[in-house]
Design a protein around this ligand. Structure first.
Ligand SMILES: Nc1ncnc2c1ncn2[C@@H]1O[C@H](COP(=O)(O)OP(=O)(O)O)[C@@H](O)[C@H]1O
Ligand SMILES: O=C(CO)[C@H](O)[C@H](O)COP(=O)(O)O
Length: 556
């Protein structure tokens, strides 16, 4: 029989990419990236004078369709694979990236009369302007002794569905009324391809407080937030929630025409980028922490029991791999911090030198920073440039760099920023380990492990654990393709379970990053200092970051 193929489409923060995968062994035959034409909308609405407030991050839903229109035909063309041999397609997405739609499923921002209303647009995962609502959700849930709270590390994040929905109700009540449903963007794109509105258990579980046995929180809880939210889950969040790997439907003839595929192929229910990466890197059993390392890091882990872990993003039964508890934690900015420094903090001579040497600024700084030993810069940083997702769960926290002198060099600051993110990951590893969820080894995927060797060695040294690296450059997309193959099923040339698909299709590289004992010892000392700063600024002893933010908001 001719080999069969599936396509995985990975929707990242700034771009979407499609990968065409051979189902016999996971070979990535072709890939193509489409940058989102509108990128992240965080200053002004498109074709409008409307300026956005601080902490907003929106997207244009049309950009997601553009990825299907450009990247899918591009991989078909490059591979010369016969469309008849493509049996399934899966997608993964950033989350919670959500949007309000009308009864026909049309995004409200597509309506001319609503396009100038910021709340009609897609709220990207890193939209952090619903922190007030998140704080109240946590306060009220705690007062009421809601049993869901421990499943989310004790705090519901402002990045998630309920805080974002409530912000819309608070700030744009008419738009809330006009909304027929709030959908995760991943479910909306699947709806575009199949005509079926199906909610996936992964985003519902991690981002919308849905539980396999208990469903959503009670009407009483929502009423306590705001009486207008009492019926939220039966109305604007209604819809069947189905497990990962389920076939959401078949590709419609119209979309097949746009994408260069055959109508009727199996489309898997939506998934989250980091979660799809777990089978993508071949992890289908406990003890192996998968780090999806890009603009942010998501830390994914399987376990057999539901444990309480401070500040984790969530534990969801079957949330990653069926049969296991799926744990998620994360850091809201990692690559984004390095990007900030490269774009905003580096002197002109660095940019000129990098250009002269034919490397990018990251590469130039990495090479220079590699000449330093751990501790030699005298610097230490807190990695909260975009708030803290785990373990403090507080988007109002901000960055900190300590130890600068008149002799401090850009590469030293760059190294301190790399180290700060490794310390943030160590906090997460320790939180799991200390609460009985074992972490034996780390598996890294995403853009960063391909780009920065120094960063990966620092992570091995700071966590004192070996790090395996995914062989795929597009691990979430590979995982999404696996789910596409499962949606198609073995009878069509796919797989019946995600475990089988991962065993056949995933690979890690032979070379790994191993901790260097001398570095581990110094980083242990630095980590103790990091921990003191972490608790001092992050646990209420000195709320200077919040006070500065409050002053900024009143004077802006
Ligand atoms: N050489 C480098 N070292 C460290 N970070 C880098 C380097 N090159 C790019 N980055 C960062 O990588 C991030 C993009 O990661 P990537 O995995 O490609 O994207 P995404 O998170 O959107 O999927 C950006 O935040 C960028 O600043
Ligand atoms: O919270 C998430 C998953 O649960 C986001 O999707 C993620 O943090 C964004 O990913 P990336 O940095 O790869 O764009």
């Amino acid at each position: 029989m001719a080999p069969k193929y599936a396509i995985g489409v990975d929707y990242g923060t700034e771009s979407g990419r499609a990968v065409l995968v051979d189902l016999t062994d996971g070979t990535e035959v072709a890939d193509h990236v489409t940058p989102y034409p509108h990128n992240v909308i965080d200053e002004q609405l498109p074709d409008s004078n409307v300026k956005l407030e601080f902490d907003w991050a929106l997207q244009h839903p049309g950009d997601y369709i553009e990825v299907l229109k450009q990247s899918v035909p591009a991989v078909m063309k490059a591979s010369r694979v016969d469309p008849a041999d493509v049996i399934g397609l899966g997608i993964d997405f950033t989350a919670c990236t959500m949007l309000p739609v009308d009864a026909a499923g049309t995004p409200l921002c597509f309506k001319p009369e609503l396009k100038d209303q910021p709340h009609s647009w897609v709220k990207l995962w890193k939209h952090h302007a619903a922190q007030d609502e998140a704080n109240l959700i946590n306060e009220i849930a705690e007062q009421r002794g809601e049993t869901f709270l421990p499943r989310y590390g004790g705090k519901i994040s402002s990045e998630w569905m309920i805080a974002k929905v409530w912000q819309i109700l608070d700030e744009a009540p008419e738009l809330y009324e006009q909304t027929d449903m709030f959908l995760e963007a991943t479910d909306w794109v699947v709806f575009q391809m199949t005509g079926n509105k199906v909610r996936n258990s992964c985003t519902a579980g991690y981002k919308a407080i849905w539980h396999k046995q208990d469903g959503y929180p009670s009407r009483e809880f929502f009423k306590a937030l705001n009486p207008q939210l009492e019926n939220l889950t039966e109305t604007k969040l209604r819809g069947e929630v189905v497990p990962l790997g389920t076939k959401a439907g078949e590709l419609t003839p119209e979309m097949a025409g746009l994408m260069g595929l055959k109508p009727g192929i199996a489309i898997a229910v939506g998934n989250v980028d980091a979660h799809a990466a777990v089978p993508g890197v071949g992890v289908v059993s406990p003890g192996k922490l998968v780090m999806a390392m890009g603009t942010s890091i998501c830390h994914m882990l399987l376990g057999t029991e539901e444990k309480r872990v401070e500040g984790m993003c969530g534990v969801v039964e079957d949330g990653i791999i069926p049969g296991y508890m799926g744990y998620e934690a994360g850091q809201s900015a990692v690559g984004d911090i390095f990007a900030w420094y490269v774009e905003q903090g580096v002197p002109a001579y660095v940019k000129e030198a990098a250009e002269k040497e034919g490397v990018n600024v990251h590469e130039w700084l990495e090479a220079k920073a590699s000449d330093y030993q751990p501790g030699e810069t005298g610097l230490l940083a807190l990695d909260w440039w975009n708030g803290n997702r785990s373990v403090l769960v507080d988007t109002d926290l901000t960055g900190l760099l300590i130890g600068c002198t008149l002799l401090t060099k850009p590469e030293e600051i760059y190294r301190a920023l790399l180290e700060s993110t490794a310390f943030g990951t160590r906090k997460i590893v320790d939180a799991f380990q200390d609460n009985g969820v074992e972490v034996h080894e780390l598996c890294a995927c995403g853009g960063l492990p391909q780009k920065n060797r120094l960063l990966m060695q620092i992570y091995a040294d700071v966590t004192n654990r070996e790090i395996k690296i995914a062989d795929s450059k597009q691990t979430p997309a590979l995982g999404a393709a696996m789910f596409g193959a499962v949606a198609a099923g073995a009878a069509q040339g796919g797989y019946d379970t995600i475990v089988e698909a991962a065993q056949k299709m995933a690979r890690v590289r032979k070379d790994t990053y191993k901790p260097i004992p001398e570095n581990v010892a110094v980083y242990e000392l630095l980590y103790q200092e990091y921990s003191k700063l972490h608790d001092y600024f992050g646990r209420g002893e000195n709320n200077v970051m919040k006070r500065l933010k409050a002053i900024k908001e009143t004077t802006a």
